[in-house]
Design a protein around this ligand. Sequence first.
Ligand code: P6P
Length: 333
Amino acid sequence: MSYHRLTLSHTLLQEQRRLGRSGTFTSLMNDIITACKMVSNEVSRGALAGNLGVAGSENVQGEEQKKLDVLANDIFLHMNALGGKYAAMASEELEDVHTVHGSADGRYLLLFDPLDGSSNIDVNVSVGSIFSILRLPEGAKPGSAETFLQSGVQQVAAGYALYGPSTMMVLTTGSGVNGYTLDRSVGMFFLTHPNMQVPADTQEFSINASRQRFWEPPIKRYIDECLSGKEGPRGKNFNMRWIASMVAEVHRILVRGGVFLYPMDTENAKTGGKLRLMYEANPMSFIIEQAGGLATTGRQRIMEIAPSGLHQRVPVILGSKNEVERLIAYHQE
Ligand code: P6P
């Protein structure tokens, strides 16, 4: 019975009252919620809405854009500009910063990957949207990329929407992590996963094993030990998952533990890794850390990286605390 549950808007209002906030943050969060509901609707209609397939364009990453990449990006830009609370936005799909005109009092910056994992769209596998919110630095001129180059610890909030068998939103504002499920009959997200915690131990790892020949020694050692199972140094068997949709991997880890690895390797070292710092690694690291997990490059806490560019790529190892600590130790040896 949904009506016994708190809605996402209610929990935001509770937080606003608890912290004595003005309501600006609540209203900008509601715009993101609306954008995610709209993207969910388009994703779920898929072929019926003619939304599958490629858009015939490339994004700033040189990746072929799917129609839904472009549509999700437009929805995020439009819905989040209306509230006038953002000074500017940055998207995986846009090379430059998108200045929000008419937002004189915009004190926040929004970064997002509007549709992460979109290579899964045409084969009907879960995809998601990832977002991160920063404050516009005092006295900064909105619209310059430099205002976005803040380390992950500066994030005001981070979250994702997962368009899976059910549509969920997971959100942190720095006081833990809550998960909400969309009830399409009333068009509202209801609190279904309060205070999510990543189990400290796991028997499940996520890595793209086709890149094994490029792995650095610490990764090779860790994965080999997992694959050795009960008879090996870990004394237990492991299972592997790779969905190629970071949002789905992170959500599974939040629910039942695990470790996700997209490490630096000899092939991607020239670009610094695969995943993007500002709108993938940082928001996911904030969520994982707030849920008791860890997030590292193997050599550095992700949220302490001083960004050098809006689309900077970094290695990502995140999830169950004890497994990530083991991987950090292997990188230090
Ligand atoms: P690969 C999706 O493109 C993404 O950014 C993440 O969501 C996902 O974890 C990763 O890249 C998949 O990368 O190399 O396995 O296709």
